[in-house]
Design a protein around this ligand. Structure first.
Ligand code: GLV
Ligand code: MN
Ligand code: MN
Length: 409
């Protein structure tokens, strides 16, 4: 908790909100503090070109593939202090405990902090873990631009990572035995059913794109209503449609689709001009790839229809579309067995939020442990988890790490 609070103070703002956008000074500072904590814990540190941090504790067999455990330290804008750090610092505390108690482990254990899990800055999520999994191609970066117009590709170039270097960030899957991630649930289920632990079966994946309506900026006082080409009114109709269609596809049988328009840019964005341009950022998610793709397609079709009927233009910019990811069944069974033995009441559940585990699952067996979030609130300064639940989650994470390091999967 001391470490969690220390990291939580970096980027703290009004009402206890935390803002550490990827590659901001605050986010870099949080990584520095983590490096310091890892050094103090006696870990051997490796930092890759993008800035992913790996803190390694050797086991008795240095040649064995490593057990990785961690999460991320970057946050959304005005987020909380638990989303991400609980997994990184939970893994660090687990390794400290293993080290201090001289628990024998065969495989090496690595505490990991992945860069840029949140999509809040560039619309591009799980950046560091996607690179480690070899999942990023130059074309994926084309439309990843922040609100200031900074391109993710340019930031990467500044770090010496040009498009041809992207594959070199991939980690050899043979060096990874498994990946484990402790995370807050970020939803209301565990609290509602009074359970302390969630064991995750699969992770819902997003389709993300922008819809940019272009009309004509005009004087708000002189332009008659019937002569306007208002881009924002067209955008408003699409926002409403996203909600309507996602509600239709929200029952379990239809794929539990959720959809959000979370960001919008209006130009010129002043009270006395008809909006000439409106840019919407759209995020559609589901654990069913088919339902997600269907809804995304319907939204794009509706955008075109709205543009036609209102005589404005529309452009769709795809950011990234991913498939839902199943997690490893053997790791799930192992965590179930550990919970049974410790008489912990757990829930087996999917994850609606995205996580680094969804990328690492593509190169190694991956498993996730959830702990309750108060009132299900996350991506909000009110995000909170009980220290006792964090401790329980970290304990379970540690026991899972030890078993995976010592046994064959
Ligand atoms: C990560 O928090 C996400 O947006 O799912
Ligand atoms: Mn998050
Ligand atoms: Mn997270």
């Amino acid at each position: 908790m001391r470490d969690l609070n220390a990291i939580g103070r970096i980027g703290i703002g009004n009402h206890g909100s935390v803002t550490r956008l990827v590659f901001s000074i605050k986010e870099l500072r949080s990584r520095q503090v983590l490096i310091h904590l890892m050094r103090q814990a006696g870990l051997q540190i490796h930092i890759d070109a993008i800035g992913n941090i790996f803190g390694r504790l050797e086991g008795s067999d240095p040649k064995a593939p490593a057990v990785l455990a961690g999460s991320h330290l970057d946050t959304v804008i005005h987020g909380g202090k638990y989303d991400g750090p609980v997994g990184v610092l939970g893994a660090l505390e687990a390794v400290r405990t293993i080290h201090e108690n001289k628990v024998a482990v065969r495989a090496p254990i690595e505490v990991v902090c992945f860069v840029g899990e949140e999509s809040s800055r560039f619309g591009f999520s799980t950046l560091g873990s996607s690179l480690v999994a070899g999942e990023v191609q130059a074309k994926d970066l084309t439309n990843a631009v922040d609100s200031q117009g900074t391109k993710l590709a340019d930031v990467l170039a500044g770090l010496g990572i040009s498009s041809r270097h992207l594959p070199s960030l991939a980690r050899n899957p043979k060096t990874v035995k498994a990946y484990l991630e402790l995370h807050i649930e970020q939803g209301p289920i565990l609290e509602a059913i009074g359970k302390k632990i969630g064991l995750v079966t699969s992770i819902a994946a997003p389709s993300r794109f922008k819809a940019i309506f272009s009309g004509q900026a005009d004087h708000s006082g002189t332009t008659p209503m019937e002569m306007r080409k208002d881009a924002l009114v067209a955008a408003a109709k699409l926002i409403e449609y996203v909600e309507t269609i996602c509600r239709k596809y929200s029952p379990m049988a239809k794929g539990r689709v959720v959809g959000t328009v979370g960001a919008m840019k209006i130009e010129p964005g002043v009270i006395n001009a008809v909006p000439g341009r409106a840019e919407l950022s759209i995020d559609i998610r589901s654990t069913s790839a088919k339902s997600k793709e269907r809804v995304a397609r319907l939204v794009k079709q509706r955008a075109a229809a709205i543009a036609r009927s209102r005589r404005v233009g529309v452009e769709i910019l795809d950011i990234r579309s991913e498939d839902p990811v199943p997690l490893d069944k053997r790791l799930l069974r192992l965590t179930q067995e550990l919970c049974d033995r410790k008489q912990i009441d757990y829930e087996i559940m999917p994850s609606g939020a995205g996580h680094d585990a969804m990328q690492i699952a593509k190169i190694a067996p991956a498993g996730m442990i959830f702990i309750p979030s108060r009132r299900g609130i996350s991506h909000n300064p009110l995000e909170w988890s009980d220290p006792d639940d964090i401790a329980l989650g970290a304990q379970l994470l540690m026991e899972t790490m030890i078993r995976v390091a010592n046994e064959s999967l």
